[in-house]
Design a protein around this ligand. Structure first.
Ligand code: ZN
Length: 176
């Protein structure tokens, strides 16, 4: 049986996530989720999504969707934001605990995205994120650059397909 990857596009519906000059995190997350899903399907993974349209579910509900689907891994896609524009930049991947395969996967994702020009901030443990805390399978949350950083948005838009391919390669190379 193929390994099942649940892809979660962060936010949605009334919840825009971070916003910068009319650009919404929820839309960036969904666009990347769909491209990542295609890239993973091409590599033989069984792909499911918590959403494929602009709808809201709570982070807890998104973890439940992954649990109910019997997903082997959960990848939640987000974008970061700083108090003032262009204050920070780079990619950061969040995990509930930095151990085992989810720690490896998080580092692999950061390395792939660093190759595309993003600053590699780090892998960070976060205990307060329901999508990570409530999911029962290895789970990572990728902050794909800062939405209020011009250089990160340039990378996000012009390397868009390569970002999806890079994350898919990280998954393919890390998961047996
Ligand atoms: Zn977010």
């Amino acid at each position: 049986m193929a390994t099942k990857i649940m892809i979660d596009a962060g936010h949605g519906g009334y919840d825009n996530g971070a916003v910068h000059n009319g650009r919404t995190e929820k839309a960036d997350n969904l666009n990347l989720a769909l491209a990542l899903g295609d890239a993973l399907a091409e590599r033989g993974f069984d792909v499911e999504y918590t959403r494929t349209t602009d709808v809201y579910d709570s982070p807890t509900r998104k973890a439940q969707i992954a649990n109910e689907a019997g997903a082997d891994y959960l990848i939640s896609l987000h974008r970061n934001s700083s108090p003032t524009p262009n204050q920070y930049g780079g990619v950061q991947t969040l995990v509930y605990t930095d151990s085992g395969v989810q720690g490896e996967l998080a580092r692999a994702v950061n390395s792939e995205l660093e190759k595309l020009g993003f600053r590699n901030i780090n892998v960070d443990e976060r205990k307060d994120l329901a999508v990570l805390r409530r999911s029962r399978m290895p789970a990572i949350l990728i902050e794909t650059g800062f939405i209020n950083n011009d250089y990160d948005n340039y990378l996000f838009d012009y390397n868009f397909e390569k970002i999806a391919e890079g994350i898919a390669n990280a998954v393919d190379n890390t998961i047996d």
